[in-house]
Design a protein around this ligand. Structure first.
Ligand code: ASP
Ligand code: MG
Length: 404
């Protein structure tokens, strides 16, 4: 008998009609004889509404109360889905499963799940519905897992239950080679490796929360991404040895959530990088791509790096504050950039992927501002206005275009 975790995202449970449709889908799985645990998101828009209410009520950001409020959306859906399932004659219950997290409110990490009792109930044929996105911190308070966190709840539950599969139902029918809204020739992937999916998610593909992929990879949970609005099979996220068709580049991700800062005329001496990036780190501002270029006189350098766009203003003010100590000449912030990344495990064994990327962009007259690489990824920062052009050209260049 298969044990399955099904997770339904916000659009899949957007209203009562859709929740009833979801109940039908769960019933199908139950009728197949599977043990089924369900994880739900808040109804589409609900979390944003809750966040808006907290802001309207108080400008003071109390992360603990914020979590109490924004975790409520998932509670509503869990109860409604349990009711809809009962209406179909299924023994279903929403279930407060003890999901222990750390105490980082708003961005908590799951530490452990005590699933013993839950498992016993599933084995008796009960369907358990769990509110995603939340857990209980070390002091017994509700925590939330960061936006999109229900994916992580589902994968963590699948790991704890040693489930055969974790199906993530969403509004797209799988993971695509790139964003199909931009590149009409984007193709749905039948399979993708954990490593590639992790890069895709962390480089901007919004289909799965990055942490959920990390979790799936660490616990070898078979994840399937599929649409709750169609019956076509989705994309399986699996181990490398389960991939038959090996491609050098599997996908192209992009992120508009980036901003670039250039610090001009920094004295070229030991300790300046620490003087610049130290205070940013102390302020919890993550720096991603970095380049340093030497100036003509050889005594100063320019440092260019990227931060999350949401952190840009804060980063600028942190640097301005330290200006005297660091001794730079000028600060140039630029939010009009996009990071484009080509991703594929084939890069480990194939040379020339980066070269092809640079050449393709050059042929289109697109200037590369910053480059960074990892074992299975090459990322470039370019002007935001070239996003569409770059994605389409690269998609063709790496042979990813759908036939026809
Ligand atoms: N409801 C939460 C959000 O909107 C969590 C989720 O849907 O995964 O971010
Ligand atoms: Mg989501």
């Amino acid at each position: 008998m298969a044990r399955i975790v099904q997770k339904f995202g916000g659009t899949s449970v957007a209203d009562v009609e859709r929740i009833k449709k979801v109940a039908q889908r769960v019933k199908c799985e139950v009728d197949c004889g599977s043990e089924v645990a369900v994880v739900v998101s808040a109804m589409a828009g609900a979390t944003n509404q809750l966040i808006a209410w907290t802001r309207e009520t108080s400008l003071l950001h109390d992360a603990r109360e914020y979590d109490v409020v924004i975790s409520a959306g998932e509670q509503v859906t869990a109860g409604l889905l349990a009711l809809a399932l009962q209406d179909l004659g299924i023994d279903a219950r929403s279930w407060q499963i003890p999901i222990a997290t750390d105490g980082v409110h708003g961005k908590a990490r799951i530490e452990s799940i005590d699933a013993a009792e839950f498992r016993r109930r599933l084995a008796q044929g009960q369907v358990g519905v769990v509110a995603g996105f939340q857990g209980i911190g070390p002091r017994g308070r509700i925590t939330t897992l960061g936006r999109g966190g229900s994916d992580t709840s589902a994968v963590a539950l699948a790991a704890a239950l040693e489930a055969d599969r974790c199906d993530i139902f969403t509004d797209v029918d799988g993971v695509y080679t790139t964003d199909p809204r931009i590149v009409a020739k984007a193709r749905k992937l039948d399979r993708i490796t954990y490593e590639e999916m992790l890069e895709m998610a962390s480089q901007g593909a919004k289909v799965l929360q990055t942490r959920s992929v990390e979790m799936a990879m660490n616990h070898r949970v078979r994840v399937q991404v599929l649409s709750s609005f169609s019956d076509t099979p989705g994309t399986l996220v699996v181990d490398e040895d389960e991939i038959v068709e090996k491609r050098v580049v599997s996908g192209i991700a992009y992120s508009r959530d980036e901003a670039k800062i250039t610090v001009q005329g920094v004295p070229d001496r030991p300790g300046v990088a620490a003087a610049i990036f130290g205070p940013l780190a102390d302020d919890a501002i993550n720096v991603d791509m970095i380049v340093q270029s030497a100036s003509e006189d050889g005594r100063t350098a320019d440092l260019t790096f990227t931060v999350a766009r949401a952190d840009l203003d804060r980063a600028v003010s942190v640097l301005e504050k330290g200006r005297k100590g660091i001794g730079f000449a000028a600060l140039k912030p630029d939010p009009n950039v996009v990071k484009v990344s080509v991703i594929g495990i084939g890069m480990r064994s194939h040379a020339g992927v980066a070269k092809q990327m640079f050449q393709t962009l050059a042929d289109k007259g697109i200037n590369i501002q910053v480059i960074s690489t990892s074992e299975i990824k090459v990322s470039v920062l370019i002007a935001a206005e070239y996003t569409e052009l770059a994605l389409r050209a690269l998609h063709t260049a790496y042979g990813l275009d759908a036939a026809g």
